[in-house]
Design a protein around this ligand. Structure first.
Ligand code: GRF
Length: 193
């Protein structure tokens, strides 16, 4: 059975691209059935267009509860087997999660319980420069109400180097993300099968 993925994006979409490529090359028993972005200018939308994947834009113009319900309607129209938050920059609440119980996963560029929330890569980099952190990581986890928590589907350690430029760490982190997003989605699909 080819699973239908609906991918939520906010920016560049390099993790969406990793999923599109994995599906294309038969490395993932799935296809991206739809892409939803909260930002009309997200380059990720061009990647969806290039791949012939239908997309919808849902800017945050409502109070969060109403927004989450409307976002769930938009996502549901693509009939997802699995919803993937890939570079998605908004917190999704109960009004969204209850529509897709046990079927929402998220990529977060930090280790479980380490640096929840935004800007995790830069925060890890700063902690390393301050001599407080020797490694960070990337994880894919099932989304629960607590931000960047939930059962871990895939995780990889990323060593930090004192004196390394932030851009260099970001590049190393994105390389791990692009591998882990495929591994994490594959694991989620295995658990749903
Ligand atoms: C990545 O570090 C992702 O984990 C974070 O946003 C960055 C860009 O992701 N949430 P993408 O290139 O838009 O997939």
């Amino acid at each position: 059975m080819i699973a239908r993925l609906v991918v939520l994006v906010s920016g560049n979409g390099s993790n969406l691209q990793a999923l599109l490529d994995a599906c294309d090359e038969g490395r993932l028993p799935a296809r991206v059935a739809g892409v939803v972005s909260n930002r009309p200018t997200a380059f990720a939308l061009q990647r969806a267009n290039q791949a012939g994947v239908p997309a919808a834009v849902q800017p945050l113009h409502l109070p969060r509860e109403a927004y989450d319900a409307q976002l769930a309607d938009t996502v549901a129209r693509f009939r997802p087997d699995l919803v993937v938050l890939a570079g998605w920059m908004l917190i999704v609440g109960a009004a969204f999660l209850q529509r897709f119980p046990g079927r929402v996963v998220n990529l977060h560029p930090a280790l479980p319980g380490a640096l929840p929330g935004k800007d995790a890569i830069r925060r890890a980099w700063q902690a390393c420069q301050d001599g407080q952190l020797q490694h960070t990581g990337v994880m894919v986890h099932e989304v629960v109400l607590e931000v960047d928590a939930g059962p871990v589907l895939a995780v990889e350690l990323v060593p930090l180097h004192a004196g390394e430029a932030l851009e260099s760490l970001e590049a190393r982190m994105h390389q791990v993300e692009h591998r882990l997003i495929v591994q994490g989605v594959a694991e989620a699909l295995r658990k749903l099968a």
